[in-house]
Write a protein that binds this ligand. Structure first.
Ligand code: URA
Length: 231
């Protein structure tokens, strides 16, 4: 371990290390990026995330929220960060936004156990659910990049402006870019509204956020069917 790094993985707060985790290779300081390819599998990543102290969110979290869904899913969904319910349960999108997300996916026959892998830009809840800071997003980004590398989805869904900015750096608002395919690192990404935004805008009229989401999710399903040879 580099001399300037503090070893924050003391035996009492760390799960047993699988042989595949080389802890010395994983920087505990947020200013040192997590190297690409450092994890052999998602179990190793999860164990490391759960003992992470790379940013200040570690101090106030109840649980680290790593993921749910299928590790071989063709669609990877990225949210902003855990809310209260997610922090309590240790799973992403299990509160009201998550219930709406499930409905949206079910409307195009996407199964959350089989077809999607769900995760977030940051893995710990921010105080009062504020938008994560640039430093918090940067500290967590290596984990997300590793999740994307290992799940290797055909399509990435970016829910809301923070997810878009956190992954691609794109600063345009979500209303400008939703529904348009983006290429990022050779991957096909679709920015969509965050379900929480839809909860605040319940109208289903033509042109409303909910109506636009319905268009977008159908576009995504059609592309998936095409990529899977079912189009
Ligand atoms: N909102 C998010 O962006 N992510 C969650 O996991 C829950 C709510």
């Amino acid at each position: 371990m580099a001399e300037d790094q503090i070893d924050l993985f003391s035996p009492e707060d760390t799960e047993p290390s699988p042989a595949s985790v080389d802890y010395d290779a994983i920087p505990t300081r947020a200013s040192v990026p997590i190297p690409r390819g450092v994890y052999d599998d998602l179990d190793a990543l999860g164990i490391h995330c759960r003992s992470c102290q790379r940013c200040e969110l570690a101090a106030s979290r109840t649980h680290v929220v790593v993921s749910r869904g299928s590790r071989t899913a063709p669609i990877l969904i990225i949210g902003e960060g855990p809310g209260q319910q997610e922090d309590e349960q240790g799973l992403p999108f299990v509160g009201k936004s998550g219930q709406l997300l499930e409905k949206i996916l079910a409307a195009v026959r996407l199964d959350t156990e089989k077809d999607v892998y769900i995760c977030n830009i940051v893995k710990c809840r921010s105080p009062g659910n504020r938008v994560p800071t640039a430093d918090e997003m940067a500290a967590c980004k290596g984990y997300l990049l590793e999740q994307i590398r290992m799940v290797d989805p055909k399509i990435i869904l970016l829910t809301g402006a923070t997810a878009v900015k956190g992954i691609t750096g794109e600063k345009r608002g979500i209303t400008k870019i939703r529904g348009q395919w983006m290429e990022w690192e050779g991957r096909l990404c679709m920015p969509i509204f965050h379900p929480a935004y839809l909860l605040r805008n319940p109208s289903r009229e033509k042109g409303s956020p909910k109506w636009l989401m319905w268009q977008d999710i159908q576009t995504v399903k059609a592309k998936l069917d095409e990529l899977m040879g079912e189009g």
